[in-house]
Design a protein around this ligand. Structure first.
Ligand SMILES: Cc1ncc(COP(=O)(O)O)c(C=O)c1O
Length: 501
């Protein structure tokens, strides 16, 4: 956590360090049992020389501290959060109620399946629904995030080729791909083979043919719609070409919010799909975890799925199958993050097939509404209808000394979370905007109005953008420093001069 440098009076001591010698949040009655000499309890050599250094605070200070911290961050519960490719939709509170039911929250991972039939059935049902949504055959719920699902999928691609006596090395990755795609490719022992996008934002078929002609192709990873927010119209041809070259198709399902109940990756020709439950199925993003990135595969690849796999016996019992000789092994301890899966199950069950389709239709409508409202305000490089998100460019503002980052920071002052910036890499000064389906018409109008005002400010008074944010508890952080050297523990008066008690 970097030092606060924003609102008046908000130094790091007011926000974080409140310890004061001798303060306590509890009081205990005097003991009425004889005290045992310490040496009889713990030998002197094993005892601490000094008491542990813990913050000393009153109860009200503890409550105010945590309540205060909970308001420092901008969250999806605080305002519009159009962070492209992340699908920051509102998470219905009903999800929390079901996840807290004793039968789920109180489960122990070593509990025999016979005593946890309801939870195992829930996992089975969720797997079946995801298979239906993907248009494929079998699901594993184990991976803990989208990127973890990517790794599992690529290990399955490797197992598939090895079983056929082949060891191809290259996995094709479009230049719009999310960074986790090439990273997962390398982690799985393959080499990324980049392919360019064409003028409409889809895979350049000519270039794809050239890359395929180089041989040694294990597969292709693709997001559809991609991170430009456009649907690749050539997907059936792409799938045909990759399959013909002996490769498999991996669908990065991060953008599934655009196509639920409308089109299915399996029908497009994909063999493996991951879903990010925290994007599409309204489970918390929660600082990178605990999350879930289930993958769904074709019947042909099911044998390679990680163990254990949730199965239903002929008598209707549900069980966890470890006896799968061709499995790639375990991707994670136990069965995945069950609490997260319960939330995704609640969301899908609550909406049903028609509701899921409406989610995507509304997400696409909202994105197009915002995109069309911003044409002429910002540069929108791809002149076509978008799916659930679109990419604008702040390049025209450069002549005023303003960049995409400055627009993003100024949005915070108006109560709108910044969109994703500088991604995808092929758009200069990219602002990737994903309003999601849970924003009302009024919220969308407000978002558009805020963008307009900020662009006007960039013309009239660019310094306002360069100084932003001015209403947040912290101003501009050194993000590399904050990520590499975070200060995550209490500092005591001995550590620094400020705030001696
Ligand atoms: C297109 C795309 N693919 C993959 C991922 C990785 O997903 P996760 O963050 O769940 O690991 C993301 C995450 O933002 C993404 O946007």
């Amino acid at each position: 956590m970097a030092d606060a440098q924003g609102l008046p009076g908000m130094d790091r001591r007011t926000i974080y360090e409140k310890s004061c010698c001798g303060r306590r949040a509890y009081s205990l009655p005097a003991t009425d049992v004889p005290e045992v000499p310490l040496d009889d309890l713990v030998p002197a050599g094993l005892r601490r020389q000094a008491p542990p250094r813990l913050p000393e605070m009153s109860e009200v200070d503890v409550v105010r501290h945590f309540t205060g911290l909970s308001t420092l961050n901008f969250g999806v519960d605080s305002g519009s959060y159009p962070l492209g490719s992340c699908t920051m939709k509102y998470n219905p509170r009903l999800n929390e109620t079901t996840a807290q039911l004793e039968g789920f929250a109180g489960l122990h991972p070593y509990q025999p399946e016979s005593l946890a039939q309801g939870a195992v059935e829930l996992m089975w049902e969720l797997g079946e629904w995801l298979a239906e949504i993907a248009g494929l055959a079998r699901t594993t719920l184990q991976p803990a995030a989208g990127a973890h699902g990517e790794l599992a999928g690529l290990l399955i691609i490797r197992a598939h080729h090895l079983a056929q006596g082949r060891e191809p090395k290259r996995v094709i990755i479009p230049d719009t791909a999310h960074g986790t795609n090439p990273a997962s490719v390398v982690m799985a022992g393959f080499t990324p083979a980049p392919v360019r996008s064409d003028a409409r934002g889809g895979v350049d078929l000519e270039h794809l043919r050239e890359v395929l002609a180089g041989g040694d192709i294990a597969g292709l990873m693709l997001t559809n719609p991609n991170t430009l927010g456009v649907f690749d119209e050539n997907i059936v041809e792409i799938a045909r070409l990759v399959h013909e070259a002996g490769g498999l198709l991996y669908y990065d399902g991060a953008n599934s919010n655009a196509v639920l109940g409308i089109s299915r990756p399996g029908d497009m020709g994909f063999d493996i799909v991951h879903f990010n439950t925290h994007k599409t199925f309204s489970t918390p993003h929660g600082g990178g975890g605990p999350g879930a990135g289930p993958i769904v595969v074709s019947a042909e690849l099911a044998a390679y799925l990680p163990v254990p796999l949730v199965e239903r016996a002929e008598d209707g019992r549900f069980f966890l199958d470890y006896d799968r000789p061709q499995s790639i092994g375990k991707m994670r301890t136990f069965y995945g993050n069950v609490g997260v899966l319960v939330r995704a199950h609640t969301y899908i069950r609550g909406l049903g097939p028609d509701g899921l389709r409406r989610v995507s239709e509304t997400a696409v409508l909202n994105a197009n509404y915002v995109m069309e409202s911003l044409r002429g305000v910002l540069d929108v490089p791809y002149e076509r209808r978008c799916m659930h998100e679109f990419v604008a460019s702040a390049t025209p503002l450069k002549e005023h000394g303003v960049r995409a980052l400055d627009v993003a920071k100024r949005l915070l002052d108006y109560g709108v979370h910044p969109p994703t910036t500088y991604f995808p890499l092929i758009v200069d000064e990219a602002l990737m905007v994903e309003p999601t389906e849970t924003e009302s018409r009024e919220d969308l109008d407000r978002m558009v109005d805020v963008f307009r005002r900020i662009v006007q400010e960039a013309h009239d008074d660019p310094q306002k953008l360069l100084d932003a944010p001015v209403t947040m508890p912290v101003r501009r952080l050194d993000e590399a420093e904050a990520a590499r050297h975070p200060v995550l523990r209490q500092r005591f008066p001995e550590d620094e001069e400020a705030g001696a008690c």
